[in-house]
Design a protein around this ligand. Structure first.
Ligand code: NAD
Ligand code: DAU
Length: 361
């Protein structure tokens, strides 16, 4: 049995990854360490609570005693590190927790990994003992004619979020160079799909469009992101764990670059089609341009040549198919949505980010 410690497994990508890995690999046990911040939700994994190969611990990655105990108790072979503060807008209004979790938390986790694999000598032959999940945002913003991000693009983060992720990437790489800890990193573009917390563009748009609320589009809505269906990301991580080379970074992306406004319009059209009997149709009438995000990166694009060539990975789910699947998933999980949408902290966040736009910056 291979034992994987997943951090942040109650979040969006982490929960999809745990379900994906347990379904595909009978010989894997998952230990999920998650602090259950506002973004962590045990409901995301309610369907596998009875699974013998799955164990959950509530705790902070900065709690070195707890991490040390888990590594030893479960004979952990590999850490897959998702835990992070992840929302750019929250990082602009309050960077501190991003420094605590993304930088210090990653440092503490790396130190415990170093103790376990190098000082205590656990399984010296392992290919990857620490896989770090990172983001394309560490590379900053592309101009209209710039080449897509590759593994050789210099780092130029724009927000406290991306700066904290950049710092964590540097630490992970340093532990390979300095101590020989067998690490791998993936820098992935925007994920979407089931269980994404409704503060991010796609789930927020779905929810608001269903309720007939305004659909906030930052600036001119022409910023470009590269969208990847979350299951494709999980498959890429699995491949890197199985066949990746220690010390290497892999760019992961969806091979598409629509402007934000197109994404919002597509969601409106899908909902108009699936729920035509509503007084809000056409839902594009709900679109509202609002003050832009400070330091907003204009364009991301991903060059996935390396992971395609070396590991044979490429996205399998098109943006059209993935968006339709995602909208349907939210429509079929309105209880999950309501449990979040009715929370005072969630309502408080919406008020802080949208009602005050432009006044508190
Ligand atoms: P998320 O915000 O949905 O979930 C983060 C999880 O981490 C939550 O369950 C939270 O409780 C947990 N967590 C936060 N601080 C913690 C701490 N100190 N100790 C333990 N657990 C803690 O995030 P996500 O969108 O699933 O992103 C997961 C990872 O993937 C992050 O590292 C993010 O930077 C990276 N990433 C995300 C995207 C994306 O589009 N969502 C794209 C590329 C990379
Ligand atoms: O690129 C990968 C990153 O994608 C991850 O590292 C982050 O963790 C993840 O949150 C995501 O960051 P973004 O800032 O790109 O995601 P978000 O959904 O917040 O915004 C997507 C785009 O939509 C961005 O250009 C800002 C815009 N936007 C967002 C919101 C919430 C709007 O126009 N209106 C909104 O209300």
């Amino acid at each position: 049995m291979k034992n994987i410690l997943v951090t942040g497994g109650c979040g969006f990508i982490g929960s999809n990854f745990i379900r994906f890995i347990l379904q595909k690999n009978a010989g894997i046990r998952i230990i999920n360490l998650d602090a259950l911040t506002y973004a962590g939700n045990r409901e995301n994994l309610s369907d596998i609570q009875g699974e013998k190969r799955y164990t959950f611990f509530q705790g902070d990655i900065n709690n070195t005693a707890l991490v040390r105990k888990l590594l030893k108790e479960f004979g952990v072979d590999t850490i897959v590190h998702f835990a992070a503060e992840t929302h750019v807008d929250r990082s602009i209004l309050g960077p501190e927790s991003f420094i605590q979790t993304n930088i210090l938390g990653t440092y503490h986790l790396l130190e415990e990994a170093r103790r376990w694999w190098i000082e205590e000598g656990f399984d010296r032959n392992i290919k990857t003992c620490f896989h770090h999940i990172s983001t394309d945002e560490v590379f900053g913003s592309l101009g209209p004619d710039d080449k897509a991000f590759s593994e050789n693009t210099p780092y130029a983060p724009s927000s406290p979020y991306s700066a904290s992720k950049a710092a964590s990437d540097h630490l992970v790489r340093a532990y390979f160079q300095t101590y020989g800890l067998p690490v791998t990193i993936t820098n992935c573009s925007n994920n979407y799909g089931p269980f994404q917390f409704p503060e991010k563009l796609i789930p927020l748009t779905i929810l608001n469009a269903l309720k007939g609320k305004a659909l906030p589009v930052y600036g001119d809505g022409k910023q470009v992101r590269d969208w990847l269906y979350v299951e494709d990301h999980c498959r890429a991580i699995e491949l890197v764990l199985q066949e990746g080379t220690a010390g290497e970074t892999y760019i992961v992306g969806g091979n598409n670059q629509p402007p934000n406004i197109n994404i919002v319009q597509s969601i409106c059209r899908i909902l108009d089609c699936l729920r035509p009997d509503s007084s809000f149709t056409p839902r594009t009438s709900l679109i509202q341009y609002v003050e832009d995000r400070p330091g907003h990166d204009r364009r991301y694009a991903m060059d996935i040549t390396k992971i395609q060539r070396e590991l044979g990975w490429q996205p399998a789910i098109s943006l059209d198919a993935g968006l339709l699947q995602t909208v349907k998933w939210y429509l079929e999980h309105l209880d999950w949505v309501d449990n979040i949408a009715t929370r005072p902290d969630y309502q408080g966040w919406l008020a802080k980010n949208y009602n005050q736009r432009g006044k508190n910056r």
